[in-house]
Design a protein. Structure first.
Length: 180
């Protein structure tokens, strides 16, 4: 008998104007990066060494440097946007959910969210085409310097986003754990 775990993920994004009208909406798949594999293994330990991603210690970071070259090795976004490229997760996230109506608890989907309540408002950026989710808002180099190996997953945003200061960006990231 063989067994395995597969994690499928997706990032949904919505850009709204100052009146709440949807300007752009889309969805892309993600990849759990190498450091994310290590992060998940660490979280299963009795005493994890890494910080848990929570609404007080979890961030989504956006950038403009998607290349498509070896995203499994990414440790942060390639080119963070100027200013403050990160936002904290919304209060109460991550959440464990399920899409099956017959299951009322113990779902297999971990959902992260950032941007409701206007936390992504006030940013001007063009060419936003990448996002990651991490337990730190500072750069995480491959060698662990600059904030540690905190990035869980990375995704392309396509088509690219352009934001003006009155726009609001909301990101919803879902990781589905599947046993095989």
């Amino acid at each position: 008998m063989t067994s395995g775990i597969e994690i499928k993920g997706k990032v949904q994004y919505t850009v709204r104007d100052k009146d709440g009208n949807i300007k752009l909406q889309g969805e892309n798949h993600n990849i759990v990066v190498t450091n994310g594999d290590r992060y998940i293994a660490d979280m299963l330990c009795k005493t994890p060494a890494r910080s848990k991603i929570t609404d007080t210690n979890g961030y989504m970071i956006i950038g403009t440097g998607w290349t498509g070259v070896n995203p499994k090795q990414n440790t942060w976004v390639n080119t963070p946007i100027g200013g403050t490229p990160y936002r904290a997760l919304d209060t109460g996230y991550p959440q464990l959910i399920t899409l099956e109506s017959y299951i009322t608890s113990n779902g297999n989907i971990v959902q992260f969210q950032a941007g409701t309540g206007g936390t992504w408002t006030g940013m001007t950026a063009t060419g936003v085409n990448e996002v990651c989710i991490a337990s730190t808002s500072t750069y995480s180099a491959p060698d662990g310097s600059g904030g540690g190996t905190s990035t869980l997953a990375y995704a392309q945003i396509s088509p690219t986003l352009s934001l003006i200061s009155s726009d609001t960006l909301t990101l919803v990231w879902s990781l589905t754990l599947l046993g095989a």
